[in-house]
Design a protein around this ligand. Structure first.
Ligand SMILES: [Zn+2]
Length: 247
């Protein structure tokens, strides 16, 4: 069932804000990075590049275009889907439970990968969702290529396995979610884990994983806290910085 028009407009706004959050938090400085959402059996919303392109921090709902899931990266209405459109469409095609896909280039994650610093469950209660993600495994796609074909996206999906996130060596990250908020929260969690692991590595530290009994003691704070409150907080940060979408 296709999403009603008002819901599509709300999702356009969500995607624009998600792109601004990625840029504002340093996960997608400049013009690279994108967010997509499934809105029907064969329809998606995709952050494209339009005639007034100024980078992710300045994304507007107009930059978010509706495309068929089978779309190729050719321009329509003056807006071009990103070259890495197949990264989004193949994830959405192969993962029916996924609603939203985020792709960004967080420098800390890329640096950690190149430095051989693994993202392990070392943090504990400092960041419980990040610890849980790492405990269940954060896979890496080992090629630093632009994922601009279905074949490369399928290769990336094979590396991703059944996990909701994947690191792309020398490139960035892919995160998925049942909502834009969840996919964004996962991107922020991975970024925070990478920043911390890099800081520790710079100090010469080689932290052990937290003990299994401590991991078992960490509560699942739930989606309303992990995703909903993270989203609300980052929207407030955008507003405070004068960087929210003008309506
Ligand atoms: Zn990329």
């Amino acid at each position: 069932m296709p999403a009603p028009a008002t819901e599509v407009d709300d999702l356009r706004l969500d995607i624009a804000r998600a792109c601004r959050i990625l840029a504002h938090e340093g996960l997608a400085a400049g013009v690279l990075g994108h967010v997509s959402v499934r809105i029907g059996e064969d329809r998606i919303l995709m952050r494209c590049r339009g005639p007034r392109e100024q980078g992710l921090l300045f994304t507007t709902p107009d930059d978010v275009r509706e495309l068929p899931l089978s779309a190729t990266a050719t321009a329509t209405d003056g807006y071009s889907p990103p070259n890495e459109l197949p990264l989004h469409t193949e994830v959405l095609r192969h993962r029916p439970a996924v609603t939203a896909v985020v792709h960004a280039h967080p420098p800390a994650v890329v640096a950690a990968g190149l430095a051989g610093v693994e993202l392990r469950p070392v943090l504990g209660a400092f960041n419980i969702p990040a610890t849980r993600l790492a405990a269940d495994g954060i896979p890496t796609y080992p090629r630093g290529v632009l994922i601009r074909t279905a074949a490369l996206a399928e290769e990336m999906l094979a590396a991703m396995g059944d996990r909701p996130v994947c690191l792309l060596r020398a490139h960035g990250i892919v995160t998925t979610g049942e909502s834009v908020a969840q996919a964004i929260a996962r991107a922020l969690q991975i970024d925070e884990l990478a920043r911390m692991c890099l800081d520790v590595a710079r100090c010469g530290g080689k932290p052990a994983d937290i003990p299994a009994e401590d991991l078992a003691e960490l509560p699942d704070l739930g989606g309303a806290f992990n995703d909903g409150l993270t989203w609300t907080h980052h929207l407030a940060r955008l507003r405070h910085a004068g960087a929210d979408v003008q309506q």
